[in-house]
Design a protein around this ligand. Structure first.
Ligand code: NAG
Ligand code: NAG
Ligand code: NAG
Ligand code: NAG
Ligand code: NAG
Ligand code: NAG
Ligand code: NAG
Ligand code: NAG
Ligand code: NAG
Ligand code: NAG
Ligand code: NAG
Ligand code: NAG
Length: 838
């Protein structure tokens, strides 16, 4: 009871503050206006830009920069000078108040300088976001470019880095870095299709693409307290005559509610477009504005309204559509504002309209209303950064600027010393409630991986979940190498024009062919079915992800081809195909027990690397015997990261997600609770172990009920200690019982009902190594010569010693890479005990 009262008190306080702010005019705490390359102050639209050389808070890192000036051709004074960089260069701005900041960039390729800036090609990045990627002025002939971004700066320094493309230069004419009041841009907005709240905007970067003053003149930065520019809407109207302007005096606009002049100046609210006469029969139509957008991004759409045309309350009722989807139905402004001439706005998140590069916004009359009319006063459309933190293209800051090191933010500014301890406590409670509330409201932003099975696709299933998930930032494994880009002709040559005799498999994604590159390298070529643009985006993301994973026990991506709307992935060729085909269903010779152990160990190593090798763990989600491939030396490699997901970050215990995977291998806990952890892979791996031992499919519906599911069936025998009763007949009498026992116990632990009871992949690896040691010891004792035919060339022979499982001599979690790791493990094993020495 007490706590609730306190929270109410704090809420009232916060609301009061909120009202107060609308009367105080806003002065930005951080306010950098820089005229680059200039030698004097430049006044532009009423504001003074100071030269970059000699600015105190600014550090020009690059020693290699030039200055260019010209006053003949530049469109306005701000574009008369530029700084030109021949190498990667940065500006660093000290940030006094964390939160959203405008970053405004002014570009004009000055002609009179020695450099041809019009052909310059460059990228611009902040610490966390890509603003421009490989941008060139070629398409902007003779014109200038102005870009505006709203970035939430959460550190005390903002670095703005200019990266010239190969053999080019980068340049910039002017930069603004200016604080935005916290209340102007929200964390949450309504997604339109499907209609659901979208949160997490505060962690994303925004780029202004359109900002319109409906029915009004151009408003420049001097008439906007936040320095924004609002342009007239006319050129975006779908049908010019559909709209007619109305306007009132700006002074009649009443800022009563949470809307302030910082939301939009009264000039915006004082003009509007309303329904004109487009010459339609029944007088019932929409006013539609059409905007070109990049379909690979989502957009934040803010619509400004103010009823300046009604004579009485509740008479104007209309609908708002975004891309033909209803965004506001039967919208009556006065029911919210309680008065006329009171501004309000609504926020939405939307994609481009399906399958096109346009986004449309329409208003139209509501059939139930007295008055057939509709209105809009202002519109802002901002591009939202994608999952790799880019506003332009599919490359991350890391891959564009490998030298960028993420500096740690200073601990948040400590506020409110005069507030009593009780109030502080209440505030914490309040914040906690907000956070908890926000967490529970998060919306699915995850980008499910496209399933790309390498060798066919057995019963992969999807069950959509209702739980949602916060977008995981792209994994941070550092590498900018995207693999080789193949031209289509090379692929045609390699696969003999996709000769069907070279077909290795067919799956959901497409067909897989064996190929031979010009240099004789054998490859597996996976050719995607023709797909939508969306599929293309996922294909690209897939390439980025896969090319970052390099491990001896993971199948590696050699390159890709995206010519002529083809989606082709080129993998290393695995001569012996999937593990499954060596277990059952083919005439291939049975694998020996030692081979099986070594294959399981290899696969476990690959999975262990996925779980622990990268900064953020990766969960495979589709571990099965068809996704473990064998090379010519029977070295096992894990394939098909089609369903992989980055795992929970440190402060989370799981990732909630749609259930994906294959029947028979699916972790029952994951299926029930839709909470994904690394332990789901461990369960699937347990099924693989049983399959390897019993050489039968994970699910075999033909068998009697109790035998259908290998996990259940093998577990009943394992619990009786009689696993040997159901194991592969080819192995009977050829397996060291101690090794088999260890193997059975390991599989049993993997198949534990609850994730917490299952071992980590590192422990599984350790136990399988142990089972192999037990097997090798026994065979070593029987055959002292150690000329076992089972030895597989290419796999380093691990020493033949049993060891104490409890002795932990290497840090199992610090595994980084394969060969070094294999060697280290071997070394430790040999140091443990020398068998013959004892
Ligand atoms: C340039 O502007 C700054 C800030 O407005 C001012 O302090 C400085 O004196 C000006 N310099 C010149 C040369 O006018
Ligand atoms: C044009 O720029 C030159 C220096 O580049 C300067 O000397 C000259 O006064 C400028 N002219 C005008 C009209 O600003
Ligand atoms: C950058 O753009 C140029 C042409 O404008 C193109 O030739 C080049 O391949 C692009 N580079 C990248 C990395 O996209
Ligand atoms: C730039 O111009 C080239 C050639 O006209 C065109 O292919 C390309 O799509 C244009 N790029 C942009 C971003 O408009
Ligand atoms: C830039 O040059 C490097 C090394 O010369 C090369 O590897 C890279 O492919 C080039 N990038 C582009 C976009 O041309
Ligand atoms: C900026 O990001 C921080 C950390 O995510 C968040 O707490 C804060 O509310 C954000 N600010 C704005 C204005 O979105
Ligand atoms: C902008 O501001 C200037 C001066 O402050 C004023 O003269 C002008 O009328 C304003 N224009 C608009 C469109 O608001
Ligand atoms: C509509 O208005 C815009 C801007 O005034 C103009 O460029 C365009 O040609 C007009 N379209 C028609 C069909 O009149
Ligand atoms: C909508 O209202 C405006 C302003 O009152 C008026 O000019 C316009 O004709 C109206 N449109 C219709 C279709 O009634
Ligand atoms: C307005 O547009 C929406 C969405 O496209 C459509 O459903 C509706 O029928 C349109 N209204 C009129 C009157 O044309
Ligand atoms: C945009 O499209 C993507 C991919 O289809 C989807 O995941 C996302 O939810 C959509 N966002 C909105 C706001 O409709
Ligand atoms: C292993 O060595 C023994 C003794 O040298 C020999 O008799 C046997 O044939 C060898 N086995 C194989 C498979 O080479």
């Amino acid at each position: 009871m007490k706590l609730i009262q306190l929270i109410n008190l704090v809420l009232a306080f916060v609301l009061l503050m909120g009202q107060e702010r609308s009367f105080a005019s806003f002065t930005p705490v951080d306010n950098y206006l820089i005229a680059c390359g200039s030698s004097r102050n430049v006044t532009f639209q009423g504001r003074t830009f100071v030269p970059d050389s000699g600015h105190s808070s600014l550090i020009l890192k690059s020693g290699n920069s030039q200055v260019a000036t010209s006053n003949s051709t530049a469109p306005s004074p701000i574009y008369q000078s530029a700084r030109i960089f021949t190498g990667i260069s940065s500006f660093e701005f000290d940030i006094e108040r964390e939160g959203r900041h405008w970053i405004r960039l002014y570009f004009f390729p000055i002609r009179s300088s020695g450099q041809n800036l019009a052909s310059a090609s460059m990228s611009v990045v902040t610490d966390d976001f890509v603003l421009l990627n490989n941008f060139t002025f070629k398409n902007y002939s003779g014109s200038y470019m102005f870009k505006e971004y709203a970035i939430n700066v959460t550190k005390d320094v903002l670095t703005l880095t200019f990266i010239p493309s190969n053999n080019s230069v980068a340049f910039i004419n002017a930069i603004e870095v200016v604080s935005i009041p916290d209340w102007v841009l929200p964390d949450q907005a309504m997604a339109v299709n499907p209609s659901s709240p979208f949160s997490g905007l505060s962690d994303l970067a925004l780029e202004t693409v359109y900002r319109l003053n409906m029915g009004g003149p151009l408003i420049t930065s001097q008439n906007d307290t936040l320095g924004r520019t609002w342009e007239n809407d006319e050129k975006y109207l779908h049908v010019n005559s559909s709209a007619v302007k109305v306007s009132v005096s700006p002074s009649s606009i009443k800022y009563l509610t949470a809307v302030t002049p910082e939301t939009a100046p009264n000039w915006v609210y004082a003009t509007a477009e309303t329904m004109g006469d487009p010459n339609v029969a029944n007088g019932n139509f929409n006013i539609t504005w059409v905007f070109q957008v990049d379909p690979d991004f989502m957009y934040f759409v803010r619509v400004h309204f103010c009823d300046i045309l009604s004579k009485s309350l509740n008479s104007l009722v209309f609908n708002l559509y975004i891309n033909d989807d209803s965004a506001l139905g039967s919208f009556d402004m006065s029911s919210i504002t309680g008065d006329l001439d009171v501004p309000l706005y609504k926020d939405f998140v939307s994609n481009s309209s399906e399958g096109s590069d346009t986004l449309t916004v329409s208003v139209g009359p509501d059939t139930m209303a007295d008055l057939t009319n509709a209105t809009m006063n202002g519109l802002e459309i901002m591009k939202i950064s994608n999952e790799i933190g880019s506003l332009d293209g599919l490359l991350s800051v890391k891959s564009l600027n490998p030298s960028s090191s993420s500096k740690h933010s200073k601990i948040g500014v400590i506020v409110g010393c005069s507030v009593g301890a009780v109030a502080a406590l209440a505030l914490i409670g309040f914040c906690y409630c907000c956070v908890a509330c926000r967490k529970s409201k998060t919306v699915n932003q995850g980008h499910p991986w496209l399933p790309l099975p390498l060798y066919g696709n057995s019963q992969t299933m999807t069950k959509m979940s209702t739980t949602s998930q916060k977008s995981a930032t792209a994994s941070c494994i550092s590498s900018s190498n995207l693999g080789r880009l193949f031209v289509f002709q090379e692929i045609l040559d390699a696969t003999n024009k996709f000769d069907e005799s070279l077909l290795l498999g067919v799956g959901g994604f497409g067909r897989v062919y064996k190929g031979t590159l010009e240099d004789g390298t054998k490859v597996a070529v996976k050719r995607g079915n023709p797909r939508s643009e969306q599929g293309l985006a996922e294909f690209r993301t897939e390439i980025e992800m896969l090319s970052k994973l390099r491990h001896r026990h993971l199948v590696s991506l050699i390159g890709y081809c995206d010519e002529r709307s083809e989606m082709i992935l080129v993998y290393e060729y695995m001569a012996n195909g999937p593990l499954r085909s060596h277990l059952y269903g083919t005439d291939l010779p049975p694998l020996s027990w030692k081979q099986r152990l070594e294959i399981c160990i290899g696969a476990a190593r690959g999975l262990h690397y996925l779980h622990t090798g990268a900064a953020q763990s990766i969960i495979h989600r589709d571990v099965k015997t068809t996704n473990i491939l064998l090379d010519e030396n029977f070295v096992a490699k894990v394939a098909d990261f089609g369903l992989s997901k980055t795992g929970p970050s440190l402060d989370q215990t799981h990732v909630s997600t749609a259930v994906k995977g294959s029947f028979g291998y699916l972790d029952p806990e994951y299926f029930r609770r839709q909470q994904l952890t690394e332990k789901s892979d461990v369960y699937s791996f347990g099924v693989v172990l049983m399959e390897v031992l019993c050489t039968r499919p994970a699910l075999n519906p033909v068998l009697p009920r109790e035998q259908v599911n290998i996990a259940e069936w093998a577990m009943t025998w394992q619990k009786k200690g009689m696993l040997d009763q159901i194991m592969d007949q080819n192995l009977v009498g050829k397996v060291n019982p101690a090794s088999l026992k260890k193997f059975g116990e390991t599989a049993e632990k993997c198949l534990a009902e609850h994730g917490v009871d299952r071992p980590s992949m590192g422990d599984v690896l350790w136990n399988l190594e142990y089972a192999l040691q037990l097997e090798e010891t026994s065979s070593a004792l029987m055959e002292p010569e150690d000329n076992s035919t089972n030895h597989i060339p290419g796999i380093p022979l691990t020493p033949i010693e049993p060891f104490d499982n409890s002795v932990s001599m290497i840090d199992r979690n610090s595994v980084t890479d394969d060969d070094a790791e294999d060697a280290a493990t071997s070394a430790v094993f040999s140091q443990l005990v020398n068998p013959r020495g004892r």
